[in-house]
Ligand binder design. Sequence first.
Ligand code: BES
Ligand code: ZN
Length: 848
Amino acid sequence: MPDSQKIYLKDYTPPAYLVDTVHLTFKLSPKSTRVISKIRFRPNPDSDSREFFLHGEHLTLIRAAIDGQECDPAVTDKGLTAQVPDAPFTWEAEVEINPQDNTALEGLYVSNGMYCTQCEAEGFRRITYYPDRPDVMATFTVRIEGDLPVLLSNGNPTASGDGWAEWHDPWPKPSYLFALVAGDLRNHPDTFTTKSGRKVDLNIWVRPDDIDKCAFGMEALKKSMKWDEDVYGREYDLDLFNIVAVDDFNMGAMENKGLNIFNSSCVLASPETATDANFERIEAIIAHEYFHNWTGNRITCRDWFQLCLKEGLTVFRDQSFTGDMRGHGVKRINDVLQLRGRQFSEDQGPLAHPVRPDSFVEINNFYTATIYEKGAEVVGMLKRLVGDDAYGQALDLYFERHDGQAVTIEDWLKVFEDATGRDLIQFKRWYSQAGTPVLTVTDDYSDGTYTLNFKQETPPTPGQDVKQPQVLPIAVGLLGANGDEVQKTVVLEMTKAEQSFSFDGLPAKPVPSILRGFSAPVVLHRDTDNTERAFLLAHDTDAFNKWEAGRDLAKDSLLRMVTDGAAPDTGYLKALAHVLRDNTLDPAYRALLMRTPSQDDIAQTLYESGHTPDPLRIYRAAETMAQAKAQELQDLLPRLYAEMHTPAPYSPNPEPVGKRALQGAVLSLLTRLDGGDQARAQYGAADNMTQQFGALACLLDAETGAKELAVFYDQWAHDRLVIDKWFGLQVAVAAPEKAAGIADSLTKHADFDMKNPNRFRAVFGALSINAAGFHDASGASYRLLADWLIKLDPVNPQTTARMTTAFQSWRRYDEGRQALMRAELERILATENLSSDTSEMVSRILNG
Ligand code: BES
Ligand code: ZN
C-alpha cells in the first residue's frame, strides 16, 4: 500500500467552509433515487484556505448551482471542486444514486425491500456532495418522497402527506449521523418521561413478521435512558427516539441522531429465538447507541483519529451500565475475556496500533478492538486514578465545555486536568503507544515490611520500537495465612519503568492479590506456584482475581499438557470441584470458573513465551482437560444440573440467566459421560433458545446430533437469525480436519447468501474461531476463506476487510502454516481491482 494514500493526524486542517443548514429532498426509487440538496455555506474564519471541495463517490451529478446560478464543477471519483464566493452562499445540487445495487451497505441501500442508510464513517458522500467530515456540523431538514408507508429521518417529524414526509433535526450534527429509513414497517411504541418532564415517544420499527421480538429491546432502551440520567445526569433531547431493525448491516448498530439503525441480530429477541447471550448483547448495544447521544452526537470527534473519544468512552459507559444491571463481578470477567481474546492478540500482531492512531488509509479499518476495548480500559484507568467523584466532575465539565463541538483527546484530557489539578502528560501515552505492557512482579518480606517490586516493559509494535513507561493503576490487596484480608484494596500508581511499594506492620508474609479487577490492561507475570493460586481461588475477596487464580491454574496445566505432555493437573481439578460446590457463589460466576481458557489464549501465551503453538496439540489438550473435568466432577454434575433448573416461563433476568449458564457448562461435561442422554432430553423439553441451542451444541460436539440438527433447521427455516445460528454452530463445533469441508458445503446450501453479512460471518466467523479447524495443517480452511474473501470483496469491501483479521496471527505458527497463510494473503493482495479496504488490511497483516 503506497504511503501516498495514507492520511495523517498531523496534517489536520480546519475545513475551509462551514455549513449552517442542509435541506435534502429524496425522491426514492430502487435503481434511480434522486437527491436534491440545498446547503448554506460560509467561509470558516479559522481557515486560511478558500478551496471549495465536496466529497462525493458513486454519484451521478445531474445539476449544480451556486446562489441560484447553474455552475459546472470539476468532478472526480472522489468529489468535486468549484469556484465559490468569499462570503456565505447557497449550494444546490441534484444527484442520482442506485440504492438497489448498493451491496457495500454504505450510503443509501435497499435491504429486504426497505431503504436505509449507513453513513459512519464516510457513507454520506455516497448520498450527495458534501464536506463529509465530522468537524462540519449543521442542522438538517429532510423531505422524503416515496410510496412506502413509513418514511423516517433524524429529529422530529414536521409534516407529512400521502407519499411524503418532512423531518427537522434541531441539533447541529456531522453528516455521519444522518439517517433515512423507508419501508413497510410496524412499530412497537412506548414512551419515556425524562427527569425534567419531557415526554419522549419511543418506537422500535421492524418488518411485520418481527413485531413480537421488540419488547425486550424497548425495556433496555428505557433502562438506558434512566441510567444516563441517574449516573451521568444526561437527558434525552428530542421528542422522539426511533430504532429500526435491518437485516443487512455491516456492523452491530449505529447511533444516528434520533434514529438508531440496528442490525436485526442486535435488537430482535424472543425467548424462543434468542439465547441469553443474545439478550445481554442486545441490552448492551441498545445502551451503547443510546449513550452516544451525548458521547458522540452532542459532543463529537474533530476527525476520525479521535474515534476512541466517542467509542472508548461509550463502551466504558455501556460496560458500567451492564455491570449495574447484571452484576459487576461477572461483567468485568467477561469484558476482560473479550479484551484478551481480541485486543491483546491485535496488539501482539501486525495490526497493533495506538488507541489514537496517527495514520490510516481506510477509516473503516480502524473500528478495532484497540479503539473500542483498550479505549474503554483507558477511560476506566483514568476513573480509577482520579476517583469516582473527580471523574463525575470531569465529565460534567466535559459536557458543559464542549456541548455542540467536535473535539480531540487533548480537549478530553484537559477537562480532567482542569477538574482535578492533575498533570496527565504521562498518562497521555496510553493514547499514543501501541502494545500491551508486560508487568513483572517480585516480592520480599522482612521485619514486618512487605514489598512489591514491579517492572513494566512494552514490546515493540509495527513502527514503534521504543516505548516509554506508562502510568499503571495497580489495585492490590493482601491476604493473611488464614485467608483474611490484612490489607484492603489500594491503588498503587506506577509511573516508572521499575518501582517498588511497601506495606508496613505485617506480622507475617502475606499473599498478594495483584491487579484486582484487572485495573490495567497489561500482561501480568509473576513467578508463583499453584499452592498460592489455589489459596487465592479459595480466599480472594476480589471476584476478578479469585476467578483469575482458577484460570491461572487451568492455564498452567494446559500449557504443561501441550509442551511436556503432562496429564491434567489434579490439584486444579480438585480446587475447581471445591469452588463449584460453594453454593454461596453466584451460578453465573461458577459458570465462568468452569470455562477452560480458549485454545487461542493458549496459543497466544505460548507465542509470548517464545514457543511455536501447535493448534492440534492445543486442541487435544483442551479435549483431554474437558474429559478429565467430566471424570473428576462426575458425582457433582447431575446434582448441579438439577439444582440449576429454572422454572417456566423464560426470563432474561440475571438470576435465571446465571443458572442456565452454569447448567449449560455442566451439560457439556455431562454429555461426555452419558453419551448425550441429558442433552437430548433438554433439547426435547426446551421452551427457549438458550436451552435448545445449548443442547444442540453439546450433541453436535459429541457427534451425535445429526437428527436434532435437521429437526432444528425445519423448525426454524423461516427465521433468518436462528438459521444464522444453525450455520455457525456446525462450523464452530466441527472437528479440526472436518471444519473446512463443512464450511465449504454450507456455502453451497440454498440459504447461504454472501450479500448478507450476518450469514457470511455465521460461516466464516465460526471457521476462524474454530482454532484447530482454521489452522488445520492441510491449509484447506485458509484456502476456503481466501476464496470467499476474494469473492466478497467487490460486493462488500468493508466486511471483507474485517474478516481478513482471521489471518492476523499468522506469524505465531510454524513455518509450514506460515507459508500457507502467506500464500493466501498474497493471492488476495494480487486480486485485480481489490478494494482499498481489503488491500490495506492484507498489506498490514503481511508486512507489519
Ligand atoms: N458507531 C458505531 C457503529 C459503526 C462503526 C458504524 C463503524 C459504521 C462504522 C456504533 O456505535 C458501534 O460502536 N457499534 C458496535 C457495537 C457496540 C456495542 C460496541 C458495533 O456495531 O459492533
Ligand atoms: Zn459506538
